[in-house]
Design a protein around this ligand. Structure first.
Ligand SMILES: [Cu+2]
Length: 469
């Protein structure tokens, strides 16, 4: 492979032709290739907007964004281009902001030239000397807080000859978020500076929300196609171990640079760094994008999907489709959880809404052992369907979910000697919904369980050692 020469070879002279207004896109889409063979002047208009958007079902967060969404809009230029960047700070915003692009050669990467108060605009110009995939972010003090609120995006400086064509290019950027409430605690969640300093993330998500790449919003492809993912990591704190379950990366341009490595399972994406990943798809089905620091995927939101249609290839893979057990409630996303959260906020939560939300949550949390139909597995997992033990005592059933159960228990005349782990990582409203569903399904009939009842049990009982609070 030829030496690209870094910045020394990246100056192709003065920009030629008329200035070009850059096409900017929101994730997961990318602007088209520049398809240019000369250096141009490219004008970029980015507007900072402070917006309230969902980070999870029923959970809102005040994001600070480059362009109205997290991550910021994707910028695509060619090596040697001269970029004239205009940063607007929307008049409704509360904070000053600026931009530091890692693609810039020059102190501060643009930050010192672009400090912008609400209602103002600033601009600066740079020549993109190095090719590669670069992060940009806000660098206004307190810098960590601006990045933690979602102020980052990607700029791709194409090599002069462009990249080889592929069937799909997608933009995926990871970020960690810190909220006062625990994971999925409902309502508008404020930023938690202390948790951010301690690097104790509440959420780790792709593209600004744990629902951004699941269900209807999954990335799409067909068997036989080649995919190129432009992966970024905004941080502020965590390094990503990016992995696609069921795929092997044919090529990885490590850290967004020029050289590629081949046949990679998991690639590191540093905070404030990137990677370009390519793979051809042979087998149809659902592929799961994760940060393989795996609690982040299943307990903090770092999980996305790529749905691939096409002919089965039993010679390559004989297995079954999506394993709904490990995918939890994301296997079949429903609006039920969001709806219940919304009505709870308005004080209009009904038993029916709780049952619907509880059903979704049960699939993810309890059905692995107690089975989707609540029948359990004889001798191993006791039934919840028509369980005399469950229905005899509502308070006790709350306690079991919160604190687990060990030792001997007799359900419908049959003994069980096993262990159920505590599920106290669930919120009060989630446990209330699950138990309302369980106590009103498969022939069971009982009253609703309210979040207040769960909270009361949480307060008056002790968690077993090692359980989540
Ligand atoms: Cu900012």
């Amino acid at each position: 492979m030829p030496d690209t020469g870094g910045s020394a070879k990246g100056d192709f002279g003065s920009p030629r032709g008329d200035p070009i207004e850059a096409v900017l896109t929101q994730a997961p889409e990318l602007p088209p290739p520049t398809k240019r063979d000369y250096p141009a002047k490219v004008v970029v208009h980015l507007e900072v907007k402070e917006v309230v958007l969902p980070i999870a079902d029923g959970v809102d967060y005040t994001f600070w964004t480059f362009g109205g969404q997290v991550p910021g809009k994707f910028i695509r230029v060619r090596q040697g281009d001269t970029v004239e960047l205009h940063l607007q700070n929307h008049p409704d915003n509360k904070m000053p902001h600026n931009i530091d692009l890692h693609a810039v050669t020059g102190p501060g990467g643009g930050a010192t030239s672009t400090f912008t108060a609400p209602g103002h605009e600033s601009q600066f110009t740079f020549k993109a000397l190095n090719q590669g995939l670069f992060v940009y972010h806000c660098a206004t003090a307190p810098v960590g807080m601006h990045i933690a609120n979602g102020m980052y995006g990607l700029i791709f400086v194409e090599p002069p000859e462009g990249l080889p064509p592929v069937d799909h290019e997608y933009y995926v950027m990871q970020g960690d978020f810190y909220t006062v409430g625990k994971y999925r605690a409902k309502g508008l969640q404020p930023f938690d500076m202390q948790k951010a300093i301690e690097e104790n993330a509440t959420y780790v998500v792709f593209n600004g929300s744990e629902d951004s790449l699941v269900g209807e919003k999954a990335l799409k492809a067909k068997v036989g196609e080649t995919i190129r993912l432009f992966i970024g990591n905004g941080g502020p704190n965590l390094v990503s171990s990016f992995h696609v379950i069921g795929e092997i990366f044919d090529r990885v341009y490590q850290e967004g640079g020029t050289r590629y490595q081949e046949n990679v399972q998991t690639t590191l994406v540093p905070a404030g760094g990137s990677a370009i990943v390519e793979y051809k798809i042979e087998v149809p089905g659902t592929y799961i994008l994760v940060d393989h620091s795996i609690f982040r995927a299943f307990n903090k939101g770092a999980l996305g999907m790529m749905k691939v249609e096409g002919e089965e290839r039993k010679d390559i893979y004989s297995g079954k489709e999506v394993d709904s057990d490990y995918l939890a409630d994301k296997a079949a996303p429903s609006q039920a959880v969001a709806k219940a959260a919304e009505k709870m906020k308005e004080g209009e939560l009904t038993g029916d809404l709780q049952i619907a939300a509880g059903k979704t949550l049960f699939q993810g949390t309890c059905s692995t052992c107690h089975q989707a139909n609540g029948e359990g597995i004889e001798g191993v997992f006791p039934p919840l369907a028509k369980s005399d033990f469950l229905m005899a005592d509502k308070g006790r059933s709350i306690e079991i979910v919160l604190n687990g159960l060990e030792g001997s228990v007799v359900v419908n005349g049959k003994p069980y000697h096993s262990v159920m782990p505590p599920m106290s990582q669930l919120n009060d409203d989630e446990i209330a919904n699950i138990l309302t569903y369980v106590r009103n399904s498969w022939g069971n009939q009982g009253e609703v369980v309210s979040p207040a009842e769960v909270q009361a049990v949480r307060e008056k009982t002790a968690r077993p050692p090692g359980a989540a609070k």
